[in-house]
Ligand binder design. Structure first.
Ligand code: SF4
Length: 289
């Protein structure tokens, strides 16, 4: 049976995307992953095609690098995988509470300081992780893409997704709104909302995906009943059109945001929202407070 993971553990609360002198790769103990997740930051330049009001990426501090060096990513990933399996992470003070959990690598997650699908050689990056996964015998380890879905229609990204599929892949794709207006309010992207929806459909017709939704308050107001109904309607439309949605991951703000008027939901509010989504869509909803 899996060991319980406390949200109060230092290693769970600290989701910093840097580890010692590594440029691209970092360890996180994640409740959503069920243990150790090794993050790969494909956006050290901090570029994103969204500008979410709740984004926690620190864009005031200059990047340590703006380049993607695939061989450095390969080397860093290998070093961190071995450090985890040999128990070196378990002995580090940051992971004092999580101990042996850090020996088992649940996933390698493309989740950085921006949107991973924006990089021009996305498929090559995924291939590097797949190579390390195979070379290190990580048969149980998933390769996870965490994405805002804006780039899922690009040819190179589709090639990358095929590599994911062949390597115990999973996709966690963002959908924070039911209407174009709310999408513009919360995600502040120049990408059209219907492109996001079309990308979700196209991707989820090929393999099951998880939808990640961050629920928040904007100027003290949670998502309205009408917006939530529209959001559930989008999920229903995706399902009716043939999308396979494994689950909805409902979460809220965990750390300070750049916009002080973007604030978190209380656990009760998030649970009530999750109940409505379950009732309206029939989908499993996991809640991450
Ligand atoms: S998609 Fe992610 S990285 Fe991009 S602005 Fe939103 S929260 Fe930040």
């Amino acid at each position: 049976m899996d060991e319980p993971i406390s949200r109060d553990w230092h290693a769970v609360k600290d989701h910093s995307r840097s580890w010692q002198d590594l440029l691209y790769v970092y360890p996180v103990v994640s409740r959503r992953s069920g243990g150790l997740s090794i993050g790969v930051n494909l956006n050290p330049d901090k570029r994103c095609n969204f500008d979410c009001v709740y984004c926690e990426v620190d864009r005031r501090t200059p990047p340590r690098t703006t380049l993607l060096d695939l061989e450095v990513i390969r080397a860093e990933l290998t070093v961190l995988v071995r450090a985890a399996r040999l128990g070196e992470l378990a002995r580090h003070p940051k992971f004092a509470e999580t101990g042996e959990l850090t020996r088992r690598i649940r996933d390698i997650a493309f989740s950085g300081d921006g949107e991973p699908t924006m990089v021009p050689n996305f498929a090559d990056c995924i291939q590097v992780a797949a190579d390390v996964r195979r070379a290190e015998g990580l048969d149980e380890t998933k390769l996870v893409l965490i994405t805002d879905a804006a780039g899922l229609d690009k040819a190179d990204v589709k090639r990358g997704l095929e590599i994911l599929d062949a390597n115990h892949g999973d996709i966690w794709a963002k959908l924070d709104a039911g209407t174009e207006a709310y999408y513009r309010l919360v995600n502040r992207s120049h990408v059209r909302f219907d492109r996001i929806l079309a990308n979700l459909l196209m991707t989820a017709k090929v393999r099951p995906i998880a939808i990640q939704t961050l629920f928040l308050k904007v100027h003290g107001e949670a998502m309205s009943a009408g917006e939530l109904a529209a959001y559930c309607g989008r999920l229903q439309s995706l399902l009716e059109a043939g999308a396979r949605i494994r689950e909805v991951q409902a979460y809220t703000i965990a750390r300070p945001t750049p916009e002080v008027w973007a604030t978190k939901l209380d656990p009760d509010e998030l649970n009530t929202t999750a109940d409505i989504i379950r009732r309206e869509t029939g989908l499993p909803v996991s809640v991450h407070t």
